[in-house]
Write a protein that binds this ligand. Structure first.
Ligand code: BES
Ligand code: MN
Ligand code: ZN
Length: 504
């Protein structure tokens, strides 16, 4: 994979020699009157850049809508060969996340034009703090640079080779350099997650996912163990194994630990991920249409692995354990059947109603194991339910928690990560829906409220430990490309989980 070089400079915009200089614009119109026209302005103090764009901004052709682009060749008075204006939308509503997306838009504009190098002018506005903007610009650029076409034999590697952020000369240079370094770590970690999620089921079996995680862990100095069938039996992981038993591919129980020196007390955060490398549904076989998409059913596990990478490099002062339960879900002579009863590691008995509700089965034992390893707080991520996608679409991911204080820390992290999660309810009544006649609980709760009954199932295994569940089924794969992101794996969750960890 090519690596985009990133750097920070404090030069004068007009004098920068570059193939492309990207500058942000926003709409300052505050009137809501039907005849009120957009009033776009550039978010820079550079008089030469403003002069170069003055005529086109006055023309009314360009409205500075979010991610709206306009390209000027040979801009008068500038050393850059091209000036790209990227919109942020209304200035009053401008956010750092808008800057993230605009940077991605600039990169995705640049890539197919064969331009390998661009300079991104940090927006100058009181609403957008410089350090968070630098970090966001880097993250957005990496997000935009990713394309999923790794197996195309005519693949043209159009990756941007150089992305520079230019800030004003009177900024706090050390702070911006730190923000840049942080942005690179986070971006590369998110990209690592995306590259895992992009792999098809035949190229990324549970075993190979374990190998990838172990190789990454060795690189960044994380402890990592990858176990398989024997260990599942030894730990009596009857729920996890019930999913794996129907596949020729052995499962992988991936365990990573981050233990910062000198930290011997305080919380231990347990990150648990669903790592189904292919979900056929098992004996409750899925319909053929779109079944190929179920290679991304390991996105929750991959998000946790990516977050662990960033944690290892950013070194927060808190201990973290990561458990990823990787398996295929396949129909086979040995596969589990609807009606089977499984005994989870915690001792709870589970009646299998639908073998396609497998994510909660592997996570049940993953949560129990993380607790046994000492986790005091749990967070899980999973492409768990189609019901969550029906409820929230592909815009927000679902979030659930048994503890308001723990959830409020996660919610606060979203301001930094720029990701969208919407809290959905748990509750006794949902718990009633998964009571089994033959055993303790059943693995589906019927047609309605499927995201909440799945979460309620997991809650049985989190028990009294503060816990957050993230259902990323709708956001882990981008169905339609946007100006700032290609269609394909999004790396959703990595940044938010990381920020939640850093808040301890
Ligand atoms: N992996 C799927 C959920 C999913 C659906 C992920 C769409 C991404 C996009 C999960 O294992 C599943 O099959 N869930 C079932 C549960 C049902 C059988 C209770 C579902 O949502 O239909
Ligand atoms: Mn399934
Ligand atoms: Zn699944």
């Amino acid at each position: 994979m090519s690596t985009m070089q990133t750097q920070l400079s404090f030069a004068n915009l007009a004098g920068i020699e570059s193939e492309l200089l990207a500058v942000l614009a926003a709409d300052t119109q505050t009137s809501k009157a039907p005849d009120a026209k957009p009033l776009p302005v550039l978010l820079t103090a550079d008089e030469a850049v403003k002069a170069a764009a003055a005529a086109v901004l006055a023309s009314g052709e360009y409205k500075a809508g979010a991610n709206e682009t306009l390209l000027l060749h040979a801009p008068a008075g500038l050393a850059a060969k091209r000036l790209l204006i990227v919109g942020l939308g209304k200035l009053a509503k401008a956010t750092v996340n808008g800057v993230r997306n605009a940077a991605g838009t600039a990169v995705r504009f640049t890539k197919p034009r064969g331009i390998r190098e661009l300079v991104f002018a940090l927006p100058e506005s009181e609403l957008l703090l410089p350090s968070p903007s630098v970090r966001a610009a880097i993250e957005g650029a990496f997000v935009g640079d990713f394309d999923p076409d790794t197996y195309r034999s005519d693949r043209k590697d159009q990756s941007v080779q150089s992305f520079s952020v230019v800030a004003s000369g009177n900024s706090d240079k050390a702070a911006l350099e730190a923000a840049l370094a942080e942005g690179i770590i986070i971006s590369e970690s998110q990209r690592f997650t995306r590259s895992l999620v992009n792999e098809p089921g035949n190229k990324l079996t549970p075993t190979i996912l374990g190998e990838r995680a172990a190789a990454m862990a060795a690189e960044v100095g994380l402890q990592c163990e990858v176990h398989s069938t024997e260990k599942l039996h030894e730990l009596r992981m009857g729920a996890f194994w019930s999913v794996s038993q129907g596949s020729e591919e052995p499962p992988a129980l991936i365990v990573m630990r981050y233990e910062p020196k000198g930290v011997t007390d305080g919380p231990v955060l347990g990150l648990v991920g669903k790592g189904i490398t292919f979900d056929s549904g098992g004996i409750s076989l899925k319909p053929g249409d779109n079944m190929e998409k179920m290679k991304y059913d390991m996105a929750g596990g991959a998000a946790m692995i990516g977050a662990m990478r960033a944690i290892a490099l950013l070194k927060p002062r808190v201990r973290v354990i990561c458990v990823v339960c990787a398996s295929e879900n396949m129909p086979d002579g040995k596969a589990q059947k609807p009606g089977d009863v499984q005994i989870a590691m915690s001792g709870k008995s589970i009646e299998i109603i639908n073998t396609d509700a497998e994510g909660r089965l592997v996570l049940a034992d993953g949560l129990t194991y993380a607790k046994q390893l000492g986790a005091t707080h749990l967070i899980d991520a999973a492409t768990l339910t189609g019901a969550c996608v029906v409820a929230l679409g592909m815009i927000n991911a679902g979030a659930f928690s048994n503890d308001d204080e723990t959830y409020s820390k996660f919610n606060a992290a979203l301001a930094t990560s720029g990701e969208k999660f919407w809290r959905l309810p748990l509750g006794e009544e949902y718990g009633e829906m998964i009571k089994s006649d033959i055993g303790d609980i059943k693995n589906t709760g019927g047609r309605w409220g499927g995201a909440s009954t799945a979460a309620e199932f997991l809650k049985v295994f989190a028990e009294d430990t503060p816990w957050i569940h993230l259902d990323i089924a709708g956001v882990a794969w981008v169905e339609d490309s946007r100006p700032y992101i290609a269609k394909g794996p999004s790396g959703a969750g990595v940044r938010s989980i990381l920020e939640w960890v850093r808040s301890y």
